[in-house]
Each structure stands twice: as C-alpha cells, then as structure tokens.
Design a protein around this ligand. Structure first.
Ligand code: AMP
Length: 626
C-alpha cells in the first residue's frame, strides 16, 4: 500500500522520518497545502489554527525543494516566540533526519548568540528565527540571504500583535525579490491581509476550516461568578476534573504569579510561566509541564505562545484576553492533533458581552455551564478514586509477601466494609473540605442574559420539561457528549434540547414538552456500560418557571416524582444531602475555602512532580461518543 504522504509527493527519506514520528495520515491542512507548496512557484496564504499540523504542512515541502548539496540558507522561517522557534526547529530536524547534509538552525533571543553565529558559519539551509534576533544577526552581517528561495511567516497574526511589523519588513528586504513567501495565520485581521498584499504575488489561499473558526475539537464553556469568587471557582473546576492537565491564562504577569502561588500553597501541582522569569526558569517550567510532572500551567498570553504540548485537556481563561483575537490562540493550546479539549472562561456578569464577541469571531457558541456544587465535586472525586482502585495495576510478586498480614488485619471485616473504608480514606477529605461549600454561580439570568445553549435561561424554561438522567461526568460525559447521547438514543434533534446540567453520576437536561413522550419511548431498553439508562421527570419539571435550580440539596424535593421510566433504582439508593441540607445560597464566599481538610502539599504531590495525577492518564483518555 502506498503511504499517504508518498501520494502527496513526499520522498521516501522524509516519509520514513514522519512514520517514525507516528504520523500515519496527513492532517487536512497537510493534505491540502503540501501538493500546492511542492510546486514551489507560488506565494501562499494558509489560514489555519494552531495544532493542526501546520509545521509539517510547510516543513515537508521545504525539504523537497531545498538543495542540500549547497550549504547556503535557502529557507527562512519567521515565527513570534522562542518556544515556537525551538519547536519548529526540532520538528524540521526530525523530518529531515534521513537527509544527509541537512542543517537547520534556530535563531532566537535570550540565548547565546555566539553559538548561533557559529552554527550559521558552519553552513545551514534552513533558518528558523524570531524577528528580533534575526535582525541582530543581519545587522552583524553574519548571514547571507541572497540564496533564499522560500520565506515562511508562521503565526503571522501573532508576530504583528507583538509589534514585529517593522522587523519583518527589514528582514524581508534582505531576501531576493523572486523568493516565494508562505504565510500562515490563525486569524486574518486587516494587518495580516496587508502583508499578503504588499509582499505576495497572487498567493494561493487556503482556508483550513471556516475563516477565523476555532478548532472543531474544542468545546467552549463559560461560568459566571462574582469577581471575588474567581479563584474559588477555578479550584472547583480543577477539583471536578481529577485528570485535568490545563493551561490557565491570566492577563498580567502579577496575576499569573499570584494565582500560581495560591494554587501551590493550596496543594495543587501548578507553576507560573511569564516574561519576568529568566529563560532558564521558563525552560524548566515548560519541561515539567511537557513531561506532565505539573498539572496546571498558569501563563500570560505572550509566554504561552507557541506552546505545543499535546493532550492538554482544558484551557482556562481566568481572565479574558484584551484582544479578542487572542482567544483563538489560547484555546488552540488544547484540542491539538485531533484530540478533544475544553476551553473555559471564568467571567463576571458584566463580561458576557465579550463572550458574545468571541462567539462571533470563532463562529461557535459557548455553553453556559454551572459550577459544580461541593457535593458534585465529592461524588466526582469519589468515583475517580473508585475507578483508579479498580484499574490499578497490581504488582503481584511484590505484594504477595504482605498479603497474609493484610488479610489478617481485615479478617474481622466483610468485603463491603473493607471497600467502604478504602473509599472513605480519600472521600472524607473532600467531604470535610466541601461540607459548607457555597454556590459560586452568579446568575446572569436576572439581568436578562442568555442562558445555556441559546436564549434559554438557567431555570426550567417555558415549553420545556426538565428531566433527570442517570449518567453524568463520572461516565466521562461532557455536555456535548450528553447532548449527542440523548439525541442519538432519543431520536430527537439537538434543537429540542434546552439547558444541560451535567452532574456526577447523574445529570439534568431540558427537552421540548412535545418531544418528552417519544424520548421516553425511545429510551426504553437503552443501556450505557451495561447499566440501564433511566430518564425521569423532575419535580420542578414541566414547562416554564419551575422551582428554580435543582442544583440545591439532594434527596429532598421529590425529584423522582413524575413520569419515572427505566431500569429501577440506582445502586446506592437515594442520594442524601449533607452539610446543611444542601443549602447552597449565599453563605461564606470563596474566602472560606481552604485546602482539602488540611491536606498538605506533600500529601497531594505538591511540587515534587507527579502531583495529583496518578497513573499518568489524562483527558486524552476521555471516551467520546458523539
Ligand atoms: P503543529 O500544528 O505543526 O504544531 O502540530 C500539532 C501537533 O500535531 C504536533 O504535535 C505534531 O507532531 C502533530 N502532527 C502533525 N502532523 C501530524 C500527522 N499527520 N499525524 C499525527 N500527528 C501530527
């Protein structure tokens, strides 16, 4: 069978190298752009998101077009940050590892210039550079660009955002007029358009996905909280996602440092990345994150540009970016290389307008999400622990010697008792910590704002029935998953579904009154993971107004009354309220939150690496069922 990259015109040496990297099939951007760029006689504009395989899209054709017998610079790749520069250089070195005589140099600020000059003197064909350092080297007359045939402007919008316009002009003026320019950008603001106009001759334009559209693999959510509850909200989101591996964006270096310090103090495995750190410190932080020895990277926009770490499960916008366009770059840190991801914004009610602006730019709607209650978090953590215990790899030979003593210790206890005690070991901490947890959600509905999924508010909406379903986030469902699950099995359109309230072992969703009956019928006999799926009307269920949020206490309120349907009672019986009968309103604010019942940093992994992520699994393992 012919390798799909060979079919695109890539030679065997390079195909073998990308095969070694695990690339089996070209990504859509590679499929579209490689044949065009291989012709070598066009200027090119590629509108593409980060994480789509852009580097290989231009890197592979370059390797075919360059004459590696000559040791003169023939391709110049300009990019906005040092991190991206190193990433591109390393990618191209990997792609070209079987080409003898191939030399690539990375030219970027904050590193020893002498070493870079030496590499250039020794002869290179491909120069990957950030604009500032490149100009410095040109100024020293240490490089000759008269043989440059291709210039790639990667993340052009970012370079312009960072004020590199002048530098780019100066650099390009040292390259031959007949070179070909390939420009890649996630967005196409007028300034980038202008570059295309000024420097290019009838460029071939390819748009990967819709213009300015964010990656389709990313779900976008926002939470409305009071400004003072932002930090508590962040912690709750993290606690509700035990396997989270996230980049948290703040607007300023100060905020970044502050949030990171608080998280570290509270026992989370986090660290800050911003411009006030030395290059060495930044490298160290990035290395820990890349190796997944850190769970939460708190970063500024500039510092996080070009971060290419796969399997980031969430991007959290702790503050919204000033430049709306930056949102695309932020969210592009997740959902990379075909994986799925969630981009979350923690906002106050005055910022909803900005969310709407972002929606227009990315061409996608946000889901208004509700922060989980303390109970939800406890439930999620409990089942995460249960799954871990269930799936742990037992080292039979090592544990064997202790088994007689362990069995003797538990002799008096039944199997049920032993299980209960193991589970309680961790669960008690969360219960203790969250027992008086307040509701952190601040309502935008009171201000006439749009609710979740369109114009509908957070309460039971007019014409909709609120239903309970016995699946939730512990089954690895996201809201999107639940929506598809209900639509596919209930045979109804997504348009009939209203607000979705994803909980731990169960969830709520609204459905148009007219479709309730058929939904119930279609769900007869539906199973998930060998479990009968049950749908029930909630007490506040039918059509409009409702009894407010049923997020409140559990167990009470006759939630199960009404048209119950399905496979009998849940295991474990009725859910109980705790810590004050499920009252969530008002009360103590985020300030009342302390670390998990005094869990010390060491308890939770702290900064010793590994942290809270046992088993090294991540959101990438999340099963999808759309
Ligand atoms: P990029 O957009 O170039 O930063 O690429 C994003 C990620 O996708 C990188 O980790 C690449 O190694 C990976 N990648 C690029 N092309 C492919 C491919 N054809 N198959 C699998 N992974 C790829």
């Amino acid at each position: 069978m012919i390798n799909p990259f060979s079919k695109l015109g890539i030679s065997d040496d390079v195909v073998n190298a990308v095969k070694d990297l695990g690339f089996e099939n070209p990504t859509p951007i590679q499929e579209q752009s490689i044949p065009v760029l291989l012709e070598g006689n066009n200027d090119f504009v590629g509108l593409a998101q980060t994480g789509t395989g852009k580097t290989a899209a231009f890197g592979l054709p370059l390797l075919e077009l360059i004459d590696f017998k000559s040791n003169k610079p023939q391709a110049l790749i300009l990019c906005p940050t040092r991190e991206l520069c190193l990433q591109i250089t390393s990618d191209i070195k990997n792609f070209s590892k079987n080409i003898s005589g191939a030399n690539v140099v990375a030219v970027y600020g904050g590193a020893n210039i002498m070493q870079q000059l030496r590499e250039i003197r020794n002869g290179v064909q491909i120069v990957v550079a950030t604009p500032g350092r490149m100009l410095d080297i040109i100024g020293r007359k240490a490089i000759d660009f008269t043989n440059v045939k291709y210039v790639v402007l990667d993340e052009a919008d970012e370079m312009l955002n960072m004020g590199f316009q002048e530098d780019i002009n100066d650099i390009l003026s040292t390259t031959p007029d007949d070179k070909k320019t390939w420009l890649f950008s996630a967005t196409m603001p007028p300034e980038v358009r202008r570059i295309a106009k000024n420097y290019m001759d009838s460029p071939v334009e390819l748009t990967m996905g819709t213009k300015n559209t964010g990656n389709v693999n990313i779900e976008h959510e926002y939470y409305i909280v009071r400004a003072r509850d932002k930090y508590a909200a962040l912690k709750r989101i993290v606690d509700f996602n035990p396997e989270i591996f996230a980049v948290v964006f703040c607007k300023t270096k100060l905020d970044t440092q502050d949030v990171a310090e608080h998280l570290i103090k509270d026992g989370y495995n986090a660290d800050a990345l911003h411009g006030d750190l030395s290059q060495q410190q930044r490298d160290k932080v990035m290395q820990r994150f890349r190796e997944r020895n850190m769970q939460l990277l708190i970063a500024t926009d500039v510092a996080a540009r070009g971060i290419d770490v796969n399997n980031v499960t969430h991007v959290i916008n702790y503050s919204l970016p000033d430049e709306i366009e930056s949102y695309t770059h932020r969210s592009g840190r997740t959902g990379r290389a075909g994986k799925t991801g969630i981009s979350i914004c923690i906002v106050n009610s005055k910022e909803i307008g900005k969310i709407r602006q972002i929606e227009r730019i990315i061409g996608k709607q946000f889901t208004k999400a509700e922060l989980p209650t303390g109970f939800d978090v406890c439930e999620k953590q409990l089942f995460s622990l249960v799954h871990k215990v269930h799936n742990v790899e037992v080292n039979e030979s090592q544990i064997e010697q202790y088994m007689p003593r362990i069995m003797a210790e538990f002799e008096e206890l039944s199997k049920d008792e032993v299980i209960k005690r193991f589970a309680s070991l961790e669960f008690n901490r969360f219960l203790e910590y969250y027992k008086n947890a307040p509701d952190l959600n601040s309502s935008a509905d009171d201000r006439g704002e749009r609710g979740e999924r369109g114009e509908r508010g957070a309460r039971s909406s007019e014409g909709y029935t609120r239903l309970f379903i016995n699946v939730g986030s512990v089954d690895d469902f996201t809201r999107g998953d639940l929506l598809s699950f209900v639509c596919n099995n209930g045979k109804i359109s997504g348009k009939s579904i209203g607000k979705i309230d994803l909980k731990g072992v169960y969830s709520f969703f609204e459905v148009e009154n007219a479709t309730v009956e058929s939904l119930f019928n279609n769900f007869k006999g539906v199973e998930f993971n060998n479990r009968g799926v049950r749908i029930e009307k909630t007490a506040d269920g039918e059509g409009g107004g409702g009894a407010g949020r049923s997020r409140g206490g559990f167990g009470g309120g006759g939630r199960r009354e009404g048209g119950s349907y399905g496979g009998g009672r849940r295991e474990g019986g009725e859910r109980k309220s705790y810590g004050g009968g499920g009252k969530r309103e008002g009360g103590n604010s985020g300030g009342g939150f302390r670390d998990f019942s005094g869990r010390s940093r060491e308890d939770r992994g702290g900064n010793a690496g590994g942290g809270r992520r046992e088993g090294g699994s991540s959101g990438s393992d999340r099963r999808r069922r759309s």
